[in-house]
Ligand binder design. Structure first.
Ligand code: ZN
Ligand code: ZN
Length: 307
């Protein structure tokens, strides 16, 4: 009788175990977090691991970092004016659309509206990741208009992550409110011009776009809360713990240098799957290969301006 080769079950099981361990391993280890990010929850630095002499004399992070100070000083009156206008318009549009949505709401459509709302939130999370990744990874503060006005806050945020907690409501939310304005304007226009029947036919889509716009508008406030380790209201901590909004511990993974993953900052729901799919890495490879641009070159340049 011929010998039948029996597969080595022990080896197969151990290979499967090691694959599962790799798959489920934390994206950043505790050690990587301690060594390569600012310890925002520990202002007295009790848990800091021993650092080099250079790190002790010229800070790697925080408000005393020279690059962070230079970037903070680039915040201009013109930029502030743009943010004030956007906040005013966006809040008005949210209020007007909320009234219209409540008037048109039919309870029998509640389940499809809930699904539409959930899809809107997931789209907002993906959108936050895409914009955050693009702004962190490409372009430079030197670019006309875009650089100083829209890329500067991203560079500042990596070298002084706590600066966001010192920004007021306008500076925190101005840009995200601006992004939501076109969608909210279109919704208001539809409510004012379409017939009752047309409005009811597209109401589920309207709810999708409305929730998407609200979560896009709220994203940087949610992001600011994820950096606030002291004095947060109880209901915000509750929403963070339920993972309805970006939790603090979750967002720390993004702040581990070189800031190459966990870009989604609305709910953070998509961070883990996108990391496992190597979504950002593959996108960067394609862009680097086709344009020759190095990812995060400008971010690294600012991080190195320590003295
Ligand atoms: Zn970032
Ligand atoms: Zn952050």
């Amino acid at each position: 009788m011929e010998d039948i080769k029996v597969p080595n079950l022990g080896q197969a099981a151990s290979a499967a175990c090691s694959m599962a361990t790799n798959f489920l391993a934390p994206v950043k280890t505790e050690r990587q977090i301690y060594e390569n990010s600012m310890l925002e929850d520990d202002p007295n630095a009790n848990s800091v691991v021993p650092t080099s002499q250079e790190d002790r004399t010229v800070p790697r992070w925080g408000p005393n970092h020279k690059g962070a100070q230079e970037l903070a000083n680039l915040y201009s009156t013109g930029k502030r004016t743009q943010e004030c206008i956007c906040v005013g318009i966006c809040i008005t549009l949210i209020a007007v659309n909320s009234v219209f949505v409540l008037i048109k709401l039919r309870l029998e459509n509640l389940s499809s509206i809930a699904i539409a709302a959930l899809c809107g939130i997931i789209t907002a999370d993906f959108g936050s990741g895409l914009v955050h990744w693009a702004a962190d990874t490409w372009g430079s503060v030197e670019l006309p208009i875009l650089g100083k006005n829209f890329l500067r806050p991203f560079r500042e945020h990596h070298i002084d992550p706590t600066s966001i907690t010192r920004h007021d409501f306008i500076e925190t939310n101005g840009d995200n409110f601006m992004v939501a304005i076109p969608v909210l304007s279109k919704l208001t226009w539809d409510f004012l011009t379409l017939s009752e029947m047309e409005m009811q036919q597209r109401f589920v889509w309207t709810c999708y776009w409305f929730l998407l716009a609200i979560f896009v508008a709220m994203t940087n406030q949610i992001h600011k809360w994820s950096h606030t380790y002291f004095g947060l209201p109880g209901w915000v901590i509750w929403l963070q713990e339920l993972r309805i909004i970006l939790p603090r511990k979750h967002h720390r993974v993004h702040h581990v240098a070189p800031h190459e993953t966990y870009f989604c900052i609305t709910t953070g729901w998509l961070n883990w799957p996108l990391e496992k799919l190597q979504f950002w890495y593959i996108l960067e490879m394609i862009i680097e290969w086709s344009t020759g641009c190095k990812p995060r070159a400008d971010d690294l340049k600012w991080a190195q301006k320590r003295s």
